[in-house]
Design a protein around this ligand. Structure first.
Ligand SMILES: Nc1nc2c(ncn2[C@@H]2O[C@H](COP(=O)(O)OP(=O)(O)OP(=O)(O)O)[C@@H](O)[C@H]2O)c(=O)[nH]1
Ligand SMILES: [Zn+2]
Length: 208
């Protein structure tokens, strides 16, 4: 017989995190933005720019809110469900900020794992882990491996596989200027690392 059980204490951990007021130094960001505007030759006191430092500070608070969340926490939500075949959430949209240039990179993440010993997490938690990991100064490779490693550590599955495909604005609007170039990164753990058939099954589903 199968049954689903939610771990109550874990649920409250997530809620606490989500309701947290992020401690970001907004005035310091505002001052920095005023300095940048001055430095590029703008007048931060002209009407159109007066509220810009405030807006940018709030934007950074939002896009970097993942700095205050440990994605592993989400995988404390575990259902005891005897399912030992593939679970795959694909096409999870995400937006992140490249840590080299502080401009966006964005695309889709695909997260698969093969549960073991009845440890199945909530589907939304896979997407939440991507979101929390993306919302900080990042590298695409690090988003990919962080999510895969968090699943492995918290759920001890047979394996986990994360594929991220993204376009980097630092390669599009500046520098090499190659609009449309997509970067694909893969992290394969456990059986997905060892077994190319299993890996290819995920890749085929991703493309379907
Ligand atoms: N591996 C990796 N590199 C990234 C990522 N985002 C941006 N980059 C790269 O980081 C590199 C930084 O290179 P640098 O030579 O230090 O900086 P740069 O002079 O601005 O480089 P260009 O972008 O080539 O003009 C560039 O090649 C970017 O394309 C990422 O998520 N992963
Ligand atoms: Zn960059």
């Amino acid at each position: 017989m199968t049954h689903m059980k939610r771990t109550e204490d874990n649920k409250s951990t997530i809620s606490d995190k989500e309701e947290k007021i992020y401690k970001v130094n907004l005035p310091q960001i505002e001052e920095a933005v005023r300095l940048i505007l001055e430095a590029v030759g703008e007048d931060p006191n002209r009407e159109g720019l007066l509220d810009t430092p405030k807006r940018v500070a709030k934007m950074y608070e939002e896009v970097f809110e993942g700095l205050h969340i440990d994605p592993k926490e989400y995988f404390k939500t575990v259902f005891n469900e005897e399912h030992e075949e593939l679970v795959f959430v694909k096409d999870i949209p995400f937006y992140s900020i490249c840590e080299h240039h502080l401009v966006p990179f964005y695309g889709k993440a695909h997260v698969a794992y093969l549960p073991k010993d009845g440890k199945v997490t909530g589907l939304s938690k896979l997407a939440r882990a991507v979101e929390a990991t993306a919302r900080r100064p990042q590298l695409q490779e690090r988003i990919t491996s962080t999510v895969a490693d968090a699943i492995m550590e918290m759920l001890s599955p047979h394996g986990a596989m994360v594929i991220v495909e993204a376009e980097h604005m630092c390669m599009t609007m500046r520098g090499v200027k190659k609009a449309g170039a997509m970067t694909i990164t893969i992290a394969s753990r456990g059986v997905f690392e060892e077994d190319s058939v299993k890996r290819n099954e995920v890749i085929a589903l991703m493309k379907s």
